[in-house]
Design a binder for this molecule. Structure first.
Ligand code: ATP
Length: 286
C-alpha cells in the first residue's frame, strides 16, 4: 500500500458560532463522528487500525439551510483551503465525451499531487451541488441512447472507488432530493455518509439570527426592544437563508427611516452613528 502521512489539522475546540453556522451543532458532530475520525485520529493510530477515509459525504435537505455553508467551513477546517465547487447541470454536456472530460478535469489537480507525493496529506475537497441532476439520469439517459448520465456516474465512481481511486479527495455532494439519488451511489466507498440538514428549530433560529446581527450588536446598533426569543418564535419554518434575509430587510428599513429625502448614497457616518435598528424594523421585514 501507499505510505500515509496524515496531518492532524482539526482543532477539536472550535465553536460553530465562530464559523457563522447556527443551529447545526448536532449535524456537525454527526459529520465528525461518522466521516472524519480517520482524519482526526493521530496518523499512527489510524494507520494501525487501517482506518479507511470517508471519500464521499452527502448533505441533503431543503434549499437555504446551510449545506453549502457547512461544506465550505468543513473544507477550510480540513485543509485550510476554499473547496472546489461544481454544479451538477454544468457538468453535463451534450457533446460526446465532454461530460466525462469535465469530471476528469475536476480531479486533475488532486491526481497529480497524489502521483507526486504518493500520500493523502493534502486533502482536496470538491463540493458537488445539485448531485441529483446528474445521478437521477442513470438508466434514463441510456434509454435515450446517449448514455451521458451513466458515463458521468462511472467516471466519478472510478475516482472515488474504482481502479484509479484517489485517497486524497473528499467529495461533498448536495441535494434537495435524497429520494432521487441512485442507491448505488450510497454504498460504502461512495457517498456512504448521508446527513440531513433540516430546517432549524426555535433555538437554531435564534442562533442564526444572533449570527446575522452580531455586527449590529458589536456596534451598538440594536435597540433594547429587539427580542431574539420573540423573533425566533415568529419565524417558524424559516430557513437560515430566509433568516439572514429578514435581518437584512430590517437593516434596509432602518436605513430608509434615516434617509428622509436624500439618496442612500448620501448617508454619512454621523447619521449611521445615530441610527438604531428597532423591533419594529424587524416586524416590518416579515
Ligand atoms: P441550496 O440547496 O439552495 O444550495 P444551501 O442549503 O446550500 O442551499 P446555503 O447556500 O448554505 O444553503 O445558505 C445560504 C446562506 O444563508 C448562507 O450563506 C448563510 O449566509 C445563510 N445561512 C443558511 N443556513 C445558515 C445557518 N444554519 N447558519 C447561519 N447562516 C445560514
Amino acid at each position: 500500500g501507499r505510505p500515509r502521512a496524515r496531518k492532524q489539522i482539526i482543532n477539536p475546540d472550535f465553536k460553530l458560532e465562530d464559523l457563522g453556522i447556527g443551529g447545526l451543532d448536532a449535524e456537525f458532530q454527526d459529520i465528525f463522528r461518522r466521516a472524519f475520525n480517520s482524519r482526526i485520529l493521530p496518523p499512527e493510530i489510524a494507520e494501525r487500525l487501517d482506518y479507511k477515509h470517508c471519500k464521499g459525504l452527502l448533505l441533503f435537505g431543503p434549499p437555504g439551510t446551510g449545506k453549502t455553508l457547512i461544506a465550505r467551513k468543513l473544507s477550510k477546517m480540513l485543509n485550510g483551503k476554499e473547496p472546489k465547487i461544481v454544479n451538477g447541470p454544468e457538468m453535463l454536456s451534450k457533446y460526446v465525451g465532454a461530460s466525462e472530460e469535465n469530471i476528469r478535469n475536476l480531479f486533475k489537480e488532486a491526481e497529480a499531487e497524489y502521483k507526486q507525493k504518493g500520500d493523502d496529506s493534502d486533502l482536496h475537497v470538491i463540493i458537488f451541488d445539485e448531485l441529483d441532476s446528474v445521478f437521477k439520469q442513470r438508466g434514463s439517459a441510456k434509454s435515450d441512447g446517449t448514455g451521458v448520465g451513466d458515463n458521468v456516474v462511472n467516471q466519478l465512481l472510478s475516482k472515488m472507488d474504482g481502479v484509479d481511486q484517489l485517497n486524497n479527495i473528499l467529495i461533498i455532494g448536495m441535494t434537495n432530493r435524497l429520494d432521487l439519488i441512485d442507491s448505488a451511489l450510497l454504498r460504502p466507498g461512495r457517498f456512504e455518509i448521508q446527513i440531513e440538514i433540516a430546517l432549524p428549530d426555535e433555538k437554531g433560529r435564534k442562533d442564526i439570527l444572533l449570527i446575522h446581527t452580531a455586527k449590529l450588536k458589536e456596534n451598538n446598533l440594536l435597540t433594547k426592544d429587539v427580542d431574539f426569543d420573540e423573533l425566533a418564535g415568529l419565524t417558524k419554518n424559516f430557513t437560515g437563508a430566509e433568516l439572514e434575509g429578514l435581518c437584512n430587510s430590517a437593516k434596509s428599513f432602518a436605513i430608509s427611516r434615516h434617509t428622509k429625502s436624500g439618496s442612500v448614497a448620501q448617508i454619512d457616518a454621523a447619521t449611521i452613528d445615530k441610527m438604531q435598528i428597532t423591533r419594529n424594523d424587524f416586524l416590518l421585514a416579515f
